[in-house]
Design a protein around this ligand. Structure first.
Ligand code: AMP
Ligand code: GLY
Length: 412
């Protein structure tokens, strides 16, 4: 059996590891979580932040593929280190990962490649940022330049609020170094659509589109989160969506990367807003989305492992669209998630009564019981007809003190 190592500990990594195991591989995950380890995924017990240890483990265990889930190790160069010792890796280099680790880099790339996106300006100087905000008459979005765990984007409704937020970001450094530089964008309006693919920087294996639910509460109320649930395919996809992304976003981006002598091998996520003027790119991520992946891994109808190997080994020779059905994912989060100090350690009840698949994000198994161990705790996922309804019925059976989840997903 092929041995695959998945790096990461969230629901996305649980879903990827589950899929690869189901397709016949032996799968390890580090750091992983207790929920994954109760699902047949193996725990190598190594310090995943120590890249030397990760490399050593891949050699000892004859790991034939490493799939890097989250952005942090990618931006810190884990893919580069593994490739330097000859491992097959899904995940781009640190240089290419700047598409996610620096919003100003990503915007410059979009502009220089002619990719449709919101107007913007980047500032490291607070006074200049304030003057800019005072000079524009459209609504704006403020983004921390660096990685902020999906929480570094704010949408102020007034100029006063914008000035206050810029002070928090730039002077009080809400996100440490990450918010010393900010990108200020024109605010766009329209539904959002997530497009993800596997690519070698030339050919594209398109995954099904999906709709994330970024706000904490029903009817898109409350703060932005990492994502409170997803459905696939996106109800906003039309016949030309994927072709549009390939022609207007991916081809120009790949040409731009080539000009900069940057290679790319891994997942690429394109966050789009479908505006009245046409689709515009909100962001690039150099990884799969969480929780979109949880739904996608259930929805796929062809062998995913094979495509990962072909990409990692540089064997792609044509574009391909993965065939898939419908699926949904409902994220259940801890008390105060995205709003304040997260409460950990709450006893989770009701697990085992569900018919849906549970992908775990932050749980701990103690004395034969499940406890919460972070913000997004788990996701309830189902595929096929009425998948949203079935996820919500099962979510109702699971409970802990302060649990929160959205119930307003479009029925697919
Ligand atoms: P990002 O990390 O850049 O995708 O931003 C996170 C979320 O903020 C997006 O999914 C949108 O909901 C929102 N957002 C980002 N940029 C804009 C924009 N220019 N106009 C309106 N909303 C935005
Ligand atoms: N769900 C959006 C993301 O993973 O960035």
């Amino acid at each position: 059996m092929k041995k695959i190592l998945v790096i990461g500990s969230g629901g996305r990594e649980h879903a990827i590891a589950w899929r690869l195991r189901k397709e016949g591989s032996t799968v390890y995950a580090t750091p992983g979580n207790d929920g994954m380890f109760s699902d047949g995924i193996l725990n190598p017990k190594i310090d995943s932040e120590n890249f030397d240890k990760v490399i050593e483990f891949t050699a000892q265990e004859n790991i034939v593929l490493v799939v890097i889930g989250p952005e942090k190790p990618l931006c810190e160069g884990l893919a580069d280190r593994l490739r330097a010792v000859g491992r097959n890796v899904i995940g781009p280099s640190a240089k290419a990962s700047q598409l996610e680790s620096s919003k100003s880099y990503a915007k410059e790339m979009m502009k220089s490649c002619g990719i449709p996106t919101a107007e913007y300006a980047a500032f490291s100087n607070y006074d200049q940022a304030i003057n800019y905000v005072k000079s524009v008459d459209h609504k704006i979005v403020i983004k921390a330049d660096g990685l902020a765990g999906g929480k570094g984007v704010v949408l102020p409704d007034t100029r006063e609020e914008a000035i206050e937020l810029l002070n928090l970001f730039m002077n009080e450094s809400s996100f440490g170094k990450a918010s010393k530089t900010v990108v200020i964008e024109e605010r766009l309006y329209g539904p959002e659509l997530s497009f993800m693919c596997l690519t070698d920087g030339e050919f594209v294996i398109s995954l099904p589109t999906s709709r994330d639910h970024k706000r904490l509460k029903n009817n898109d109320q409350g703060p932005n989160t990492g994502g409170m649930g997803a459905i696939t395919p996106s109800p906003d996809e039309n016949k030309s969506t994927k072709q549009w992304v390939c022609e207007k976003v991916l081809r120009p981006l790949f040409a731009g990367l080539k000009r900069a002598d940057i290679s790319y091998r891994g997942f690429l996520y394109v966050g789009l807003m479908l505006t009245e003027e046409g689709p515009k790119v909100l962001e690039f991520n150099v990884r799969l989305g969480d929780p979109e992946t949880q739904a996608l891994m259930l929805a796929l109808r062809e062998n995913f492992t094979e495509h990962l190997f072909r990409t990692a080994e540089g064997r792609l020779n044509k574009d391909h669209t993965l065939s898939a059905g419908k699926a949904a994912c409902v994220v259940m989060a801890a008390k105060n998630y995205a709003e304040g100090a997260i409460e950990k350690g709450a006893l989770i009840t009701g697990i085992g009564q569900e018919e849906s698949k549970i992908f775990y994000s932050a749980v701990q198994r103690k004395e034969n019981q499940w406890h919460t161990n972070g913000g997004r705790v788990l996701s309830v996922c189902a595929d096929g007809e009425s998948s949203v309804k079935r996820c919500l019925e099962d979510a109702k059976k699971i409970d802990w003190k302060g649990v929160q989840y959205r119930t307003d997903f479009e029925q697919i």
